[in-house]
Design a protein around this ligand. Structure first.
Ligand SMILES: [Zn+2]
Length: 155
C-alpha cells in the first residue's frame, strides 16, 4: 500500500494506516528554537487523539522519526487505553500519557483560563490573541524561510 505524503510528491516509506492522515514538507519553518526560527523537513501524522511530528534534514529522516513515535504510541495502546495522564503546562484539556510520553488532546477537563500566569506560545498569540507583533514575527520568518538556518538534526 503506497501513499503520497500530503503536500508533497513523495511516497511514504512506512505502512501508515489508511485512517491516519499524513502530511509533510521539505521546508517547514519552526519558531521558538533555542537560536530562534529555523527551517527543517518535517513529517506529521494524526492518529486519533494526538498529533505526531518528526523533523529531519530530509523528508525521509523526518518520516522515520515520526514513525518511531507512532510505534511507541500504538505499542502503549496495545496494553490498554493510554494513561494515566499528566497536564504539564497545558490547561486546555490536553496532557501527556505517563507510559508512552505522547501528547494527547481532550484527556482532562480544561482548566479556567485565569488559573495562573503562563507565557503564551507564539501559536496562541497568533491564532488566539491575534497579537500583531506575533503575526509580524511569523510573516517575516515565512517570507525569509530560505534564509533561515537548517535545523531538525537534534530532534
Ligand atoms: Zn500512552
Amino acid at each position: 500500500m503506497t501513499r503520497i505524503i500530503k503536500n508533497t510528491t513523495t511516497t511514504a516509506q512506512h505502512d501508515w494506516p489508511e485512517d491516519v492522515f499524513i502530511q509533510g514538507g521539505e521546508h517547514g519553518v519552526v519558531f521558538g528554537g533555542p537560536d530562534g526560527a529555523y527551517q527543517t523537513a518535517f513529517f506529521e501524522a494524526f492518529p486519533t487523539g494526538t498529533f505526531l511530528r518528526g523533523e529531519g534534514s530530509t523528508l525521509a529522516e523526518a518520516e522515520d522519526k515520526c514513525w518511531t513515535q507512532y510505534q511507541t504510541f500504538t505499542a502503549c495502546d496495545g496494553k490498554g487505553p493510554h494513561g494515566p495522564f499528566e497536564r504539564r503546562n497545558y490547561t486546555n484539556g490536553a496532557g501527556f500519557c505517563t507510559r508512552c510520553g505522547i501528547w494527547m488532546s481532550k484527556v482532562f477537563e480544561p482548566l479556567p483560563e485565569d488559573s495562573g500566569p503562563r507565557s503564551r506560545r507564539l501559536v496562541e498569540r497568533v491564532f488566539v490573541d491575534q497579537d500583531p507583533e506575533a503575526i509580524g514575527e511569523v510573516i517575516n520568518a515565512v517570507a525569509h524561510a530560505s534564509e533561515l538556518p537548517r535545523g531538525g538534526s537534534g530532534k
